[in-house]
Design a protein around this ligand. Sequence first.
Ligand code: ATP
Length: 275
Amino acid sequence: SNARMYNQENKVKVKFKDIAGMNEVKEEIMEFVKILKNPASFELLGAKMPKGAILSGPPGTGKTLLAKATAGEADVPFLSVSGSEFVEMFVGVGSSRVRDLFANAKKLAPCIIFIDEIDAIGRTRSRMTGIGGGNDERENTLNQLLVEMDGFDSSDHVIVLAGTNRPDVLDPALMRPGRFDRHVTIDKPDIQGRKEIFKVHLKPITIDPNENIDDLSNKLASLTPGFSGADIHSACNEAALIAAREQKLSVQKIDFEKAIERVIGGLEKKSKLLN
Ligand code: ATP
């Protein structure tokens, strides 16, 4: 079908301050905010502006959040789609969806397009196509994406961000100048990063008044090596659910510890399934 396949948010509320840590990454991304807010100052100097960036990092490290906050900071619409949604069995559907997305972005400009799981369409094109070889339809979609990236220029004021946890499989053609010019790597948070992310996600929770937030987030950060921001978010939520189930008036350290155990259990199950 030709129905609109992407999500559109005209007024994005997420800001950089909602993202804990990642200061260097935010600084790199700030360039796009500046371009979107004041393209004239770049054009005046004759600068060739970057069209987009690949954000790569493990699942749940905040790639989507970062892309969204870029739109929030620049105060421009945010169009998002998952690469896997482009991959269809029917010939021509993927590429027509790409065309539709870019045509609308140009109408809405200045704006940001975010393609999550870009690897679903952006894997290296195979030399062997046909049965068991490549995937012609996916390659058509990728080719259309390349055509679209080449087809607009910086005066269109559309920035394309793309997320992936498999940067290694991406077709190098995506990274050519004038396409995804920037490559931003997002790592899992270290202990300090986890502490800051805990602080963000503890904020909306009613915590035991005997608890000191700074000490609590320190403690929780030390219990959660390997956690992504998304894991931390779900641990905080799980802790509140546990406390609610026990009809407590506030969430205690013990609830967080139980919740963390649970998230670790879930992560172990997931890694067993993968191995
Ligand atoms: P995926 O690869 O699975 O799409 P992602 O990298 O796009 O994941 P997000 O969807 O942006 O990850 O993050 C999931 C959630 O994790 C966010 O909505 C947020 O609640 C939390 N989160 C991740 N990183 C951070 C961070 N640095 N600060 C605060 N919250 C974070």
